[in-house]
Design a protein around this ligand. Structure first.
Ligand code: KG4
Ligand code: ZN
Length: 337
């Protein structure tokens, strides 16, 4: 069974080829056009997806050593995400599916981030608690069995990755800020500034207070002081972000008596976050999974894996050839998938 995955929910144009549950190739064009703006510009992103999809598809097939006629099904992200970007991916998938006479499997982007864990770990045990933490999402989800998702906590304002990116911009460190802050923080003193931790008594998250606290801190000190203490400020900031994330994750694990914990999404590549969850898991005798860094940020391998798992569960006959599928920008992770 060969499944093609297609992802275009934000600024990554990505295509992947999967054969019988194993990823053969992933080709991704991460759009650099947004760097100068310090954030993703939706209109530019949609146009770039349109421009790059044919070449990215060609590369994914070539790297996998497969021909288009060998594809059995196409999985595509149809939400949540930027509507124009999703529309390009969905219509590209539908056109390709029509020309090849194969079905389209609609994929939820959040479920795909969770499925990224299954690319290298085929035997993850249910139930588990997963923290999906990316540029657009911060969600704590209890998964009692395959395809059942209970949302138990979410951000009330900014996503963790969004907060990291905005703080990176304030500190003049560039966009996206995750990797930069991750590397800088490793060289800094985490107790240099005591930044706040939001929503302490809840499973929900809040990062806008932290973002404002960093803004005021920058305004209160002269630029030279900020520059010479940049790694200490990054370390203190990241300590606050990861404390907030792990405090709630650990509480959720205890509440649901989960024996398995997962991280997913772009911020799950963060080394401090992984270290904290890893130490907790060892101490509590819990199994901890996280995706390979290349499958943490948006990619089509996680989409192909989600589609493959759906086909295995529901049968390929459950998916139609000429799907009425449309983009759903605010798609929720429904309870039954
Ligand atoms: O999952 P993703 O590619 O896009 C969304 O679905 O939002 O996540 C992108 C986010 C960005 O905010 C980026 O700064 C963050 O993931 N990120 C990281 C790291 N690598 C990427 N955040 C912290 N540490 C990292 N190493
Ligand atoms: Zn994502």
């Amino acid at each position: 069974m060969i499944v093609l995955g297609i992802e275009s929910s934000c600024d990554d144009t990505s295509v992947s080829v999967l054969e019988d549950g194993n990823i053969l190739s992933v080709a991704t064009n991460t759009q650099l056009e947004h760097i100068g703006f310090g954030g993703v510009i939706p209109e530019i992103a949609s146009r770039e997806h349109l421009r790059f999809f044919p070449a990215v598809l060609e590369k994914a097939l070539k790297d996998a050593g497969k021909k288009p006629e060998e594809i059995d099904a196409i999985g595509v992200t149809y939400g949540p995400g930027l509507v124009g970007c999703l529309l390009v991916g969905v219509n590209f998938a539908k056109g390709l599916a029509f020309s090849l006479s194969v079905p389209v499997v609609p994929v939820n982007h959040i479920e795909a981030h969770i499925s990224a864990n299954f690319i290298e770990h085929h035997d993850i045990k249910y139930p588990f608690v997963v923290l999906v933490v990316s540029g657009g999402h911060t969600e704590l989800i209890f998964v009692p069995e395959y395809g059942v998702y209970e949302l138990i906590g979410k951000t009330r304002d900014d996503a963790a990755g969004e907060c990291i990116d905005k703080v990176s911009k304030m500190l003049g460190l560039g966009f996206p800020g995750g990797r930069i802050i991750d590397e800088l923080a490793a060289k800094g003193e985490k107790d240099f500034v005591n930044f706040p931790r939001g929503m302490r008594n809840s499973l929900d998250f809040s990062f806008s207070g932290l973002k404002t606290a960093v803004k005021y801190y920058i305004e209160k000190h002269d630029p030279e002081f900020i520059r010479s203490n940049i790694s200490n400020i990054a370390a203190s900031f990241l300590e606050s972000v990861t404390d907030s994330l792990t405090e709630k994750l650990f509480r959720a694990v205890k509440k649901h008596k989960a024996k398995t914990v997962l991280l997913a999404g772009g911020v799950s590549a963060n080394s401090l976050l992984r270290k904290k969850v890893s130490e907790f898991s060892v101490k509590k005798g819990i199994t901890f999974h996280y995706p390979h860094p290349k499958y943490c940020t948006d990619n089509a391998a996680m989409v192909a894996m989600t589609a493959y798992k759906k086909i295995m569960k529901h049968g390929i006959g459950s998916y139609s050839l000429t799907s009425e599928l449309d983009a759903v920008p605010f798609l929720k992770l429904s309870e039954k998938n």
